[in-house]
Design a binder for this molecule. Structure first.
Ligand SMILES: Nc1ncnc2c1ncn2[C@@H]1O[C@H](COP(=O)(O)OP(=O)(O)O)[C@@H](O)[C@H]1O
Ligand SMILES: [Mg+2]
Length: 332
């Protein structure tokens, strides 16, 4: 299988002390949908920004490690390389579509520009008629039955769900290898959320893209993804297939997340929540989940447990072997 994304020893720090990501390592392959799951503040959006090469826009950010998208070393790429990789290599859908859509630009102009720019990046000449045809086809693919009407609209005239479908249409027109979606349905009502998720999955498969899907909601990730990466306090805690991770979670934190998913087949009559509050890493040496963990031992805070392989999966917990990270996890 072709590897589309490799993240290697990625450390990201904001200001002097906020270690947003620590020694993050994972791969994503052609056609795969990988979910990044974690509570608010765990570093998910920072990871999305790093992969989209948008981190350097923040002057207070320090980072080290490697992010390789489709053969391009994103964190060290030239402007020219980034111009080509944005759009054709990678496309990002944010929680708020207005982060990407300009209120003064019509839907037709947004979509036409997406197609024209990606054609230019691929050194293909297109005429207005070809652009319009491609734009209409993309709108139909994202389930707009009246593309001619939608083209004349402006983003503020459409609903949140419709605007996210416009974003997916833009992705179709840009044909990226890798789509990154950061909580794209979190702001939508439950029914619309389900529609957008179903559409996203269909389009990723049809258009032969790969998807990194960022969410705080493990239930949503399990509906959509092939593999799941569980993030806690900037550290990957567990990586595995959706099936194995949901049916047999390894990390105590993942177990807690699964127990807190509403499930009518659970007869206990109430939801379980993970006890305690999310505590930021400045105060804890060792496993950041220690204060909330039911299985904690003294060994947990002797160092940061390593991400170790067990049963063909990966987990960062001393239950599966007492090993600690050797290298520093702070970006300088
Ligand atoms: N621009 C920023 N400046 C300073 N700290 C930030 C910034 N963005 C995020 N952080 C901090 O980095 C950590 C990870 O944040 P983020 O990546 O947004 O997490 P998530 O998307 O999982 O909620 C949090 O502690 C957050 O407060
Ligand atoms: Mg976020």
């Amino acid at each position: 299988m072709e590897r589309i994304l490799r993240v290697e020893d990625l450390n990201v720090t904001y200001g002097e002390s906020t270690r947003a990501l620590r020694k993050v390592n994972f791969d994503l392959f052609q056609g795969e949908i990988v979910g990044i799951v974690g509570e608010s503040g765990s570093g998910k959006s920072t990871l999305g920004l790093a992969i989209a090469s948008l981190l350097a826009l923040n002057k207070k950010v320090k980072f080290s490690g490697k992010v390789n998208v489709n053969g391009v070393d994103i964190l060290n790429a030239s402007e020219e390389q980034l111009y080509r990789i944005r759009g054709t290599g990678i496309f990002v859908i944010f929680q708020d579509p207005f982060q990407s859509l300009d209120p003064l630009v019509s839907i037709e102009d947004h979509l036409s520009e997406a197609y024209a720019i990606s054609s230019d990046r691929n050194n293909v000449k297109v005429n207005p008629e070809q652009i319009r045809k491609a734009v209409i086809t993309a709108l139909k693919k994202v389930n707009f039955t009246n593309p001619e009407v939608i083209l004349k609209k402006y983003p503020h005239e459409l609903s949140g769900g419709q605007n996210q479908r416009i974003m997916i249409a833009m992705a179709i027109l840009e044909k990226p290898k890798l789509l990154v979606a950061d909580e794209p349905t979190t702001a939508l009502d439950v029914t619309t959320q389900a529609q957008v998720l179903t559409l996203l999955k269909k389009i990723v498969k049809e258009e032969d893209m790969s998807l990194l899907f960022i969410t705080h909601d493990l239930a949503v990730a399990s509906m959509l993804c092939d593999r799941i990466i569980v993030l806690y306090d900037g550290l990957i805690q567990e990586i595995g297939s959706v099936k194995e991770t949901i049916s047999d979670p390894l990390h105590p934190y993942t177990k807690g997340l699964i127990n807190s998913i509403p499930n009518e087949s659970k007869k206990e009559g109430r939801l379980k929540f993970i006890k305690g509050m999310y505590i930021h890493n400045e105060v804890i040496d060792g496993c950041p989940f220690y204060p909330r963990c039911d299985s904690r031992k003294d060994e947990c805070i002797k160092g940061i447990p390593s991400l170790i392989e067990t049963r063909g999966r990966k987990v960062r917990c001393i239950i599966y072997g007492v090993e600690y990270e050797r290298s520093d996890t702070t970006a300088k």
